[in-house]
Every structure is written in structure tokens, then in C-alpha cells.
Design a protein around this ligand. Structure first.
Ligand SMILES: NC(=O)c1ccc[n+]([C@@H]2O[C@H](COP(=O)([O-])OP(=O)(O)OC[C@H]3O[C@@H](n4cnc5c(N)ncnc54)[C@H](OP(=O)(O)O)[C@@H]3O)[C@@H](O)[C@H]2O)c1
Length: 265
């Protein structure tokens, strides 16, 4: 698949690029940024949903391109396309999980997950950040997960991808602080959110989650409020704190039980 323009609205209005905008958290973040007056550059692979969103959000407020971010060439194509807009915000949200014991899990599917959750997030963050730093203006939200604070048996690869995103975001935040840059980096770390995440991972969730609207609201508030970490709900904040404090072996043992309760669909 090559990047494809679904709907184009060339404008010099301030623009927010949203990856994974076709569903769940990304779609709700896009809706909120639209309400804040941003022109949206939406992306995902689902062309029908991109078209539908253009209708929903008002075609003069939106541009949509389909792209498969597991392909490094499409990450570059998306960035080059976005350069003609006055991009001030990057929502690095596209991602998915896989469930299963590491020894059994399909290597090809896992590599695709690493490409989307890690490589694409890294590439897009770097390319947009370079422009933002030159202009001393811009916001980047990376969507990680509370999974990034802890080891996760049965989802070991997924948890590790989110750990990468948190670690990179925290480090770059500090670098920007030392540069006295006005560019903001924020990382969203939710617990379970009711989206198609679990069904795409081929499992049913073991806990009910918050809504994607709630996760999106916290993310957008945190991003523009200058927060580094946004961890919605106090219960999930506790998991993040204890996840970092307790010995990894203990946390892994608890998570073996939690993730092991998920049922294949
Ligand atoms: N739901 C949760 O419990 C939860 C908890 C913590 C963190 N998260 C994170 O939140 C983010 C959004 O997930 P969600 O819960 O909103 O799930 P979702 O509803 O399944 O949305 C995932 C989005 O990622 C896009 N995507 C997946 N693979 C892609 C690819 N190869 N190329 C381009 N786009 C791709 C999908 O678009 P297309 O299918 O159109 O390509 C879709 O828009 C993910 O990074 C996820 O890891 C989710």
C-alpha cells in the first residue's frame, strides 16, 4: 500500500497530524483538536473511515491520507506531505497489541507491531520535532500505555514497545528543557480503554476500561497543560507508581495472572 490522499484541504491554518485517527483514542483526540480550531491531517489505513470522518468533521477542516505506518517509506511520505501544512501538533497514536506466550507468538506479526508501535513513533517524532525545535513551537503527544511501566507476560512484546515510547519521551522532554525550548512532549499512559484494541489483539479484556472520550480529554488537557506524563484514573496512577517501585519479578507474576485471564476470540 502506498500513501494515498483521501481528501485534501490545502490551508495555512494551524494543523494537527493525528495517526491512528480512524478509531478509538486517536479519533476522539482528533474530534477534540477540531473543536479547538485545528485543521486536522488524519491518517490510518481504513479509507472508508477516513472519508466518513471528513464528512463528520467538516470537509474544509480536515485533510485525510491513508498510510500503513508499518512501512518506513510511508512514515517518510506522511511527514513530507505534512510539511506543506502549518503543523503545530503531532499525535503519535497508531498502535496495536498482540496476545500470546512469547515462545508461541508469530514473529512476522510481532515485527509489524514493533514497526508501528516503535519505529514509526520514533521516526515521526524525530522528523516533526526537528521542525518544531527550529520554530521553537509545537506539541507532540506519544500514546504509550501503563503497560510501559511494567513487564507483561502474554503481551511481552507489546509492553516492551510501550516502555520504549515512555523512556524516549521522558528523555527528550529533559533535553528540550535544557535547550529552554518551548516545544512540549507529552506521553499518554492509560490503563484499559474501551476501543477495538482487545479485539484487534484477538482477546477479550479482563477489566472494563474507561471510554476513549475520557482518555482523549485527559490527553489533550495534559498536552496543552505542559504535562510530561498523563496517566488517566487514580487506580492506574497507582499501578504506574508501584510498577516502577516494586521488584519486576513480583509485578511480572501479578501480570501473568491478569493477562492470562484474557480469553482468545
Ligand atoms: N485500548 C486500550 O486499552 C489502550 C490502553 C493503553 C494504550 N493504548 C494505545 O492507544 C493507541 C490507540 O489504540 P486504541 O485503543 O484507540 O485502539 P484502536 O481503536 O484499535 O485504534 C488503533 C489505531 O491505530 C491504527 N493503526 C494500527 N495499525 C496501523 C498501521 N499499520 N498503520 C497505520 N495505522 C495503524 C488504526 O488504524 P487503521 O486500522 O485504519 O490502520 C487505528 O486507527 C495505541 O497505541 C494503543 O497501544 C490502548
Amino acid at each position: 500500500m502506498a500513501m494515498k490522499i483521501i481528501h485534501e484541504n490545502i490551508t495555512m491554518r494551524k494543523t494537527a497530524v493525528v495517526t491512528g485517527a480512524t478509531s478509538g483514542i486517536g479519533r476522539d483526540i482528533a474530534r477534540l483538536l477540531g473543536k479547538r480550531g485545528y485543521h486536522l491531517l488524519l491518517t490510518g489505513r481504513n479509507e472508508d473511515e477516513l472519508s466518513r470522518l471528513c464528512d463528520e468533521l467538516g470537509r474544509k477542516n480536515v485533510t485525510a491520507v491513508s498510510a500503513d505506518l508499518s512501512d518506513v517509506k510511508e512514515c517518510g511520505a506522511l511527514y513530507r506531505y505534512a510539511r506543506q501544512y502549518n503543523t503545530e501538533v503531532l499525535i503519535n497514536n497508531a498502535g496495536f497489541g498482540l496476545h500470546g506466550e512469547f515462545v508461541e507468538a508469530n514473529l512476522k506479526a510481532e515485527m509489524k507491531m514493533l514497526d508501528v508501535n516503535v519505529r514509526a513513533v520514533h521516526i515521526l517524532m524525530k522528523l516533526f520535532l526537528r521542525d518544531f525545535v527550529k520554530r521553537n513551537k509545537g506539541y507532540i503527544l506519544n500514546v504509550a500505555s501503563v503497560a510501559g511501566f511494567v513487564p507483561g507476560p502474554f503481551m511481552s512484546g507489546y509492553y516492551a514497545t510501550k516502555s520504549y515510547v515512555i523512556s524516549m519521551s521522558e528523555s527528550v522532554y529533559e533535553e528540550l528543557r535544557h535547550r529552554k525550548s518551548r516545544v512540549r512532549i507529552c506521553v499518554l499512559c492509560p490503563g484499559p480503554v474501551d476501543t477495538s484494541f482487545n479485539s484487534r489483539a484477538g482477546v477479550t479484556g479482563s477489566f472494563s476500561g474507561i471510554s476513549s472520550e475520557e482518555a482523549a480529554e485527559e490527553a489533550v488537557e495534559g498536552l496543552f497543560g505542559g504535562k510530561l506524563l498523563v496517566v488517566p484514573t487514580s487506580k492506574v496512577k497507582l499501578i504506574a507508581v508501584f510498577g516502577r517501585m516494586l521488584p519486576a519479578k513480583i509485578v511480572a507474576a501479578v501480570n501473568y495472572y491478569v493477562q492470562g485471564k484474557k480469553k482468545k476470540i
